[in-house]
Ligand binder design. Structure first.
Ligand SMILES: C[S@@+](CC[C@H](N)C(=O)[O-])C[C@H]1O[C@@H](n2cnc3c(N)ncnc32)[C@H](O)[C@@H]1O
Length: 203
């Protein structure tokens, strides 16, 4: 209880009253959704009011003017919900988070349980995968991405600074894509120790 009050006060000092209140309300609502749908706790403690990179990421995505956007590891679909594109498809291995995303987001977005090998879209303008690929080894990531490069025009990924505190096992710099994709934009989007890269696939 005292810990919780301390955290609330620290949030108020850092973000001010209005944003702290918004974060508190959003986390409370997501906690309820987590109980209903049984998804991983991370989603309930990281609402977009707290992790605003999703807003900036959607703005980067919107610059591509994509027809077909696919996000793998889409979570609750908070990024896809902010992207303007006729076709938006989210894949995630967590069945609970996909059920929640279907309930929370517009029916214009398609959500499927799955990962990179399950992506069926024949042509993808923008493929997004952020905030999870660093849990997997480089050869795994390469084998996931390589077949999709033939079908994708742009990739949006994140890189993590090895010097910062990180829950990840790997720190991919996507150098293995050299000669196959070129970085056209690189932004921190308010995150410490993380940057987001927009890569154009060389056709
Ligand atoms: C930290 S969340 C990030 C969600 C979203 N990308 C965002 O930034 O809001 C990571 C998500 O990746 C999903 N995930 C983890 N491993 C995956 C895999 N191999 N394939 C697809 N999704 C995966 C998790 O279930 C989780 O929903």
């Amino acid at each position: 209880m005292i810990d919780r009050a301390r955290r609330l006060f620290a949030g108020y000092r850092r973000w001010g009253l209005a944003r702290s209140a918004r974060i508190f309300v959003d986390k409370s609502a997501l906690k309820v959704a987590q109980r209903v749908f049984g998804f991983a706790e991370w989603h309930a403690i990281a609402p977009t009011s707290l992790r605003t990179y999703r807003v900036g990421l959607a703005a980067m995505a919107n610059e591509v003017k994509a027809n077909v956007v696919v996000e793998v590891g889409c979570g609750l679909g908070a990024i896809l919900a902010r992207i303007n594109a006729p076709t938006r498809v989210g894949y995630d291995v967590d069945d609970g988070v996909i059920r929640a995303a279907r309930a929370l987001r517009s029916r214009a977005i398609t959500f499927r349980v799955g990962s990179f090998p399950d992506v069926v879209e024949p042509s993808i303008d923008l493929l997004i995968a952020v905030n999870w690929p660093h849990d997997f080894p480089p050869d795994q990531l390469d084998s996931w991405l390589t077949p999709l490069l033939q079908r994708a025009r742009y990739l949006l990924v994140d890189i993590i600074a090895p010097s910062g505190p990180s829950p990840y096992r790997y720190f991919h710099d996507f150098a293995f894509l050299s000669g196959r994709a070129t970085c056209v934009r690189r932004e921190p989007l308010g995150e410490e120790h993380r940057e987001f890269l927009l890569l154009k696939v060389i056709q």
